[in-house]
Design a protein around this ligand. Structure first.
Ligand code: OAD
Length: 246
C-alpha cells in the first residue's frame, strides 16, 4: 500500500489540494475493473460476431442493418446491466463535492459514472441507455420501453429509434464537445483516465487543457498512449487503484 501511495508525486498532491477547476476525461479503461471490455489495449481489439467493433458501430452499418446495430447495443447493455461501478467511478463522483468547479467528460456509454452518483456528466459518445428517433430526434430511456420491440418505434412520429450513441463516421452530440473544450481551456488540473487517446475529438481535450489553459495534465493508464508525452505526469496503473489514493 505504501508503495502504491508513492506513485502520487508530491507536486500532484499539492496541486490536487489547491486546485479549484478540475477536468477529468475518461475512457473505457475506467470501467475495465467493473468488467466492461475495453475496445483496445492489452494487445487486442473488440470483435462481435466476427465483426470488428468499428464496423458494427458505424454509420454505414446503421443504414444497412438497423436491427443488427440494435442487437449489438442490446448485447452491450445486457453486459453492463449486471455490472457495478468500481472504486474509480466512486472516487470521481466524490470529486464533484471536493472541487468548486469540476467537470467529468466521458467517452463511455455505459452510465457507470452516473450509477456511482456523478452528476452533469458530459457524455461525448452518447448513452447505451437511450434511444433516439431517426426522424424527429426525440430521446427515450430504454428502460421504459418494451425491449422486445426492435427496432423500437417513436411514440411521437412513428419512425424508428436508433441507439443514442455516436457511431464511427458520425458527429458528436451538438454542443457536448464545445462545452467540454470550454471547461478544458479553463481548468488548472486535468486527468486523462483509461483512454487510448486515439479517437478524436475527445483526445484533443487534454491538449487544449495543456496548451490553451496551461493546465497540469496527468494520465492514469497501465499502458502508454499517444498523449503520454504531452502529459506532465503519467501514472502507470489501474484507475480503480490509483484514483482512490488521491
Ligand atoms: P480504448 O479501449 O481504446 O482504450 C482503453 C484504455 O484503457 C487503454 O489505453 C488501456 O490501456 C486502458 N486501461 C485498461 N484497463 C485500465 C484500468 N484498469 N485503468 C485505467 N486504464 C485502463 O477505450 P477509449 O479510449 O475509451 O467510441 O476508446 C475511445 C472510443 O473508441 C470509445 O468511446 C468508442 C471507441 O470506438 C465510440 O464508440 C464512438
Amino acid at each position: 500500500m505504501q508503495a502504491r501511495a508513492d506513485l502520487i508525486s508530491e507536486e500532484l498532491r499539492e496541486r490536487f489540494a489547491e486546485a479549484r477547476r478540475v477536468l477529468v476525461l475518461t475512457g473505457a479503461g475506467v470501467s475495465a475493473e467493473s468488467g466492461v471490455p475495453t475496445f483496445r489495449g492489452g494487445g487486442g481489439a473488440g470483435v462481435w460476431k466476427g465483426m470488428p467493433f468499428n464496423i458494427i458501430s458505424s454509420a454505414g452499418m446503421l443504414e444497412r442493418d438497423l436491427p443488427e446495430v440494435w442487437a449489438w447495443f442490446d448485447y452491450r447493455r445486457g453486459l453492463v446491466e449486471k455490472l457495478a461501478p468500481n472504486p474509480a467511478h466512486a472516487a470521481l463522483a466524490r470529486w464533484q463535492e471536493r472541487f468548486r468547479d469540476f467537470t467529468l467528460v466521458t467517452q463511455n456509454i455505459d452510465g457507470l459514472h452516473q450509477a456511482a452518483g456523478a452528476r452533469n456528466v458530459i457524455e461525448l459518445h452518447g448513452s447505451l441507455w437511450r434511444g433516439r428517433c431517426v426522424s424527429c430526434s426525440s430521446r427515450y430511456d430504454l428502460r421504459e420501453l418494451n425491449e422486445q420491440e426492435r427496432p423500437p418505434i417513436c411514440r411521437l412520429c412513428g419512425n424508428y429509434l436508433r441507439p443514442d450513441v455516436v457511431l464511427f463516421g458520425e458527429q458528436l452530440p451538438l454542443g457536448a464537445f464545445e462545452l467540454a473544450a470550454e471547461r478544458a481551456r479553463a481548468c488548472e488540473l486535468c486527468f486523462v483516465v483509461g483512454t487510448s487517446a486515439v479517437v478524436y475529438p475527445a483526445a484533443m481535450l487534454p491538449e487544449i487543457a495543456s496548451r490553451a489553459g496551461g493546465a497540469y495534465v496527468v494520465e492514469i493508464n497501465p499502458e502508454r498512449t499517444p498523449l503520454s508525452d504531452l502529459c506532465d505526469e503519467t501514472i502507470q496503473g489501474k484507475a480503480g487503484e490509483i484514483l482512490p489514493l488521491l
